[in-house]
Each structure stands twice: as structure tokens, then as C-alpha cells.
Design a protein around this ligand. Structure first.
Ligand code: ZN
Length: 267
């Protein structure tokens, strides 16, 4: 990641793909009609990339970027609370950052911030999977997937591999397949929870309604797995939800990377 910061003399960067070359080549790179691919370690939002890509050609800013004062450059142009937060907490040579614990993709999402009324809604609604994913991603710590745009075939997921939690590149197909399985499992958890809360009333109609909903979501998952058209449709929905949440997910990636750098840097 630090490679992005260390720029050799008279070398310019594409802060998106990591391309590095002399000025005219980088400027030519920016004029390409097809967008370049986001580098796996790129921790910047599209807006921040745009700022950095432009500002590096300003002499003073080039120096700042070269010295690693990237936060300063981005702060000038944006109200980036994450970076403000990090900068403001550097005191007495101790860096204290309360990093929210981002949930790895191979674990269940955190549902603690979802209202009970929303859960009840999910137990009667006809559309379940996509509203549920939207609700889940409203909680920042669940934003562990980065999908850059609609044309890309791969995305990034934050997960643990070989004892290390970091971002891994996997196919979007796999991200969505696994998302569907996770959503199905969590919906069952929610429905069981609702059933247990209403146990004392022993309302047969209500219980049947929930059981029907369980069958319904299983059928949906089944359709997703076996019906090509359904699969394409659901994939598109889920893909778009992740793209909508991309900036939040990148802020999380920034915190993960920043945190790692801080651990390695002993003052
Ligand atoms: Zn590029």
C-alpha cells in the first residue's frame, strides 16, 4: 500500500490502478476512454482518486503527496470525516483510533441495529433478499464487500485467510452466491427469533405464516440456483446494492489499512 505514497522523482501516479510513469504518460493514461482497474490495495473513493490524480500535477501538492501527506490533500477538497478523525487523534506520538470492528465476509453480518419492526416486515414481505441486504449494509461494520462498477468481474471481500484478516479478490459470481446463502441463513434466524418471541401466544395462523415465509425464501434461493433468468435478475439487484455502498466499504478498507500501518509504525 505504501508504494502508492512513495513516488520517485518526476514520477506520477494513477491513484486508481497504481500505474506509475512520467507526466505525459500518466496524463495520457487519464484520457483513456476505458476506465482502468482499481488496484487491490487502493484505499481511495472515486472522489478521492479524482482529487489525487489532479492535484499531483500541482508542484506544492506533488511534494505533499510524495511526503505521504495524502490526508492533507484530500481534506482540502472534501469533508472526509474518516481522515479528519484519524488526523485529530494523533497526539503525543501515540495514535489512538477506535477502529470499528469490521465483520469479515466469511462471518455472519451483524443484525443488532435492525429494528424488530423491520424484521417483522421481512417475515411478511414478498421481496425479501434485496431489502434485507440494504438494511444489513446500513450498519457500517457490515460493509465488507467492494465492487467497483458494473463491468468488473471481480470484487474485494474483507476476510480472514491464513490467520490474517485482509481484502481478497474474488469473482462477483462467488460474492453474490455466498451473499445469497448468508442472507437465507440469517432470514431463518430472524424468523425463528420472531417465532420464539411469539411462542406464548401460540397463534397457529401466525406460526403458519412464518413457516410459509421460510418455504418462500428457500424457494427463492432454489430459483436463484437453478433458474438462469432468476439468477441474472437477482445478481443484478445485489450487484447494484454493493456498488451503491462502495464508498462506505472503501472507508472501511481505509481504516483497516491505516490501522495496520499504525501497528507497524512504532514511535
Ligand atoms: Zn489507472
Amino acid at each position: 500500500m505504501l508504494n502508492i505514497y512513495i513516488m520517485l522523482k518526476k514520477e506520477y501516479n494513477c491513484f486508481r490502478c497504481g500505474y506509475r510513469a512520467k507526466k505525459s504518460n500518466v496524463q495520457h493514461h487519464f484520457r483513456r476512454t476505458t476506465a482502468c482497474k482499481r488496484e487491490i490495495t487502493c484505499p481511495y473513493t472515486d472522489e478521492e482518486i479524482k482529487i489525487l490524480n489532479e492535484r499531483q500535477f500541482v508542484k506544492e501538492d506533488y511534494k505533499k503527496i510524495k511526503n505521504g501527506n495524502i490526508a492533507e490533500i484530500i481534506n482540502i477538497d472534501t469533508q472526509n470525516q474518516t481522515i479528519n478523525h484519524i488526523t485529530n487523534n494523533i497526539t503525543n506520538n501515540h495514535i489512538t483510533i477506535n477502529i470499528p470492528k469490521i465483520i469479515p465476509f466469511d462471518q455472519d453480518w451483524d443484525l443488532s441495529l435492525i429494528d424488530y419492526s423491520d424484521k417483522v416486515f421481512l417475515s411478511i414481505a414478498d421481496q425479501v433478499y434485496t431489502p434485507f441486504l440494504k438494511l444489513i449494509l446500513e450498519n457500517e461494520i457490515n460493509n465488507n464487500v467492494i465492487i467497483d462498477n458494473y463491468n468488473t468481474s471481480k470484487g474485494l471481500v474483507f476476510k480472514k485467510l491464513n490467520l490474517e484478516e485482509k481484502y481478497h479478490e474474488i469473482t462477483i459470481e462467488k460474492i453474490i452466491d455466498e451473499s445469497m446463502l448468508k442472507l437465507n441463513k440469517l432470514l431463518h434466524d430472524i424468523y425463528d427469533d420472531i417465532l420464539s418471541k411469539n411462542e406464548k401466544y401460540n397463534n397457529k395462523n401466525f406460526n403458519k405464516r412464518i413457516d410459509d415465509q421460510k418455504k418462500f425464501i428457500n424457494q427463492k434461493l432454489n430459483d436463484y440456483n437453478n433458474n438462469k433468468n432468476t439468477k441474472i435478475k437477482i445478481r443484478e439487484f445485489i450487484h447494484n446494492i454493493y456498488i451503491d455502498k462502495k464508498d462506505n466499504a472503501i472507508q472501511n478498507q481505509k481504516l483497516v489499512i491505516q490501522n495496520k500501518d499504525n501497528i507497524e509504525t512504532e514511535y
